[in-house]
Design a protein around this ligand. Structure first.
Ligand SMILES: *Cc1c(COP(=O)(O)O)cnc(C)c1O
Length: 322
């Protein structure tokens, strides 16, 4: 896609919401099952368990059903009812934790009774074969082969488990590409602090309404050294950009896709100022329908102190010619 405000720069959006389970976690779930199987940790008929507050559990339930395995998702009782319902529809069992009961600890207890723990946060970075096997990076670079700028200047993604950024960053180096990797992070969250100070113990200094990214602590799958830049994005800007995406693409995507778009525009502005042409690739991480009652609901946003109108006007103006 091209915008009048950024002549010579092509923007590409990789639609990860198009997976059967509606988010980029479809890739992670497939990788976690393969990793457990190939390490001999998962046997026929064995129950599979993971701690997840949503998207990952939905994708894991899908693969468990495909393999005919019982699946238990341990999630906080506060998880959106639609997500709990989606796991149940796919045949999964939801075990809800209350108060300060830790979902991770509950999942480990179930694993101690004989279930296979998929461990998304512990294994995201190593479960995916970063050299290939149709991973997210190979898929993007393969699809760009016939485009005017087959080596993008930037690939922009968020970091939740850190699996996606680890895979892309490693693949770029493996293939010897000039492309750089930028992580788009909600302002003041743990990975932003951790990446700058190279401190794996960093924690978030602010809250965020964006789901899937912007973790409270640096997860074990976050690899600092493969990330070339990090852009912090305020929630109002992410939400405005999420709404802008609907106008541009005719479909709704979630908040983290908006965070990505804001980071893309910041990188594109710097390219324009240096007179560079080229391409920027980012991800559409999940479907917007999941947020109909939250990020897409003006009343809900107002109740959370967010008015994205000013951000929306500013972003739209940047897309138009100066
Ligand atoms: C998990 C997730 C991300 C981040 O991906 P990771 O590979 O876990 O770092 C981004 N957006 C959404 C909606 C997610 O669910």
């Amino acid at each position: 896609m091209r915008f009048a405000g950024f002549p010579g720069i092509d923007f590409y959006f990789k639609d990860e919401a198009a997976h059967p389970t509606g988010s980029l976690k479809h890739r992670l779930a497939r990788s976690l099952f393969l990793y457990a199987l190939c390490n001999g940790r998962l046997r026929e008929g064995q129950t599979v368990v993971d701690a997840s507050s949503g998207s990952t559990a939905i994708s894991e339930a899908w693969f468990a059903r495909l393999l005919g395995l019982p699946f238990v998702a341990v999630m906080p009782a506060s998880t959106a009812p639609a997500k709990i319902e989606a796991v149940r529809t796919l045949g999964g069992h939801c075990e809800l934790t209350h108060g300060d009961q830790c979902p991770q600890a509950r999942a480990l207890a179930i694993a101690a009774d004989g279930a296979c723990f998929l461990d998304q946060f512990g294994l995201a970075e190593r479960a995916t074969d970063w050299r290939g096997n149709n991973n997210i990076a190979e898929s993007i670079i393969g699809q760009l082969a016939r485009e005017p700028h087959p080596q993008p200047a930037w690939i922009v993604c968020g970091a939740g488990t850190g699996g996606t950024s680890a895979t892309i960053g490693r693949f770029l180096r493996y293939r010897g590409l000039e492309t750089r990797l930028c992580v788009a992070e909600p302002s003041g969250r743990a990975f932003a602090h951790g990446w700058r100070s190279r401190d794996p113990r960093a924690t978030a200094s602010r809250d965020t309404l964006i789901e899937g990214i912007g973790r409270a602590r640096v997860e074990p799958g976050f690899l600092f050294d493969v990330v070339d830049a990090l852009v912090e994005v305020g929630d109002a800007d992410s939400i405005a950009a999420m709404r802008l995406l609907e106008r541009l693409l005719g479909r709704r995507y979630g908040g983290s896709s908006g965070t990505n778009l804001v980071a893309c525009l910041q990188l594109a502005t710097a390219m324009r100022e240096r007179g560079e042409a080229g391409s920027i690739v980012t991800l559409l991480c999940d479907r917007g329908e999941r947020y109909a009652g939250t990020l897409f609901d003006d009343g809900w946003l107002a109740a959370h102190g967010i008015d994205p109108a000013a951000s929306e006007a500013r972003l739209s103006a940047r897309l138009r010619a100066a």
